[in-house]
Design a protein around this ligand. Sequence first.
Ligand code: 0L1
Ligand code: MG
Length: 262
Amino acid sequence: MKLDQHTIAQLAEHLENAELEAQDVLKITDDHPDMDWADAYAIQDAIRARKEGRGQKTVGLKCGLTSYAKMKQMGVDTPVFGFVSDYMARTEGSEIRTSELIHPKVEAEICVVTKAPLQGPGCHVGAVMAAIDFVIPGVEIIDSRYRDFKFDLKSVIADNTSASRFVIGGRARSVDALDLRTLGVVLEKNGRIVAMAAGAAVMGHPAAAIAALANHLGERGQAIPAGTFIMTGGVTEAIAVQAGDSVNVRFQDLGTVSMRFT
Ligand code: 0L1
Ligand code: MG
């Protein structure tokens, strides 16, 4: 690691304040060009500790930049990992207040809840499939804290991978009843189709994103506990939204997830 504990704590406070006050900031690598991947995740961990210290529960893990469309949109080739907190959750059909956000975008995501622990290294799609309790559709609302979405991967990781809000809807199904690779997703904004994809857009198989998460955590001596809610990453590129927009995402065999931005 290149940053000391004091700097990590300062950067965590800086980025969390940007999130909570909906104020954009410049990417942190401008002032800390030498920071490494461990520093980036340490800042994210410090943000998580700040939230948990205030009593906010961590309610899930997220994989980001896992689809080829999303990687192309952001010009990267590596997935990133973050967490979601209880206050970020919204129910199906909710109104999402844009005044609390900077420049939100929506992502359609195949999500799961696990029934067994997953431990890397060496975690693979088969191990993940055996550990999935059920599959449920979701929409993530990302909101990078960086001005004009100008960032690099380390800055994004430190910023908890732009996590902001998420909506779970539709219906939960057993993984045995689904083919996650061919599961179709159609994203509509204001009644018009703006993006579509199948589950295989996420690293060839959404379970591969979860295996990558388990292997990432395994390198840090951590595992994914049983009962964890996991978002596998947007199947298409992220779609910008603003007040007045309504979003409806149809997931094959899993129903619909809807929300309105006010
Ligand atoms: O969920 C995600 O795919 C995170 C992406 C982070 C970069 C962005 O804000 O687009
Ligand atoms: Mg996402």
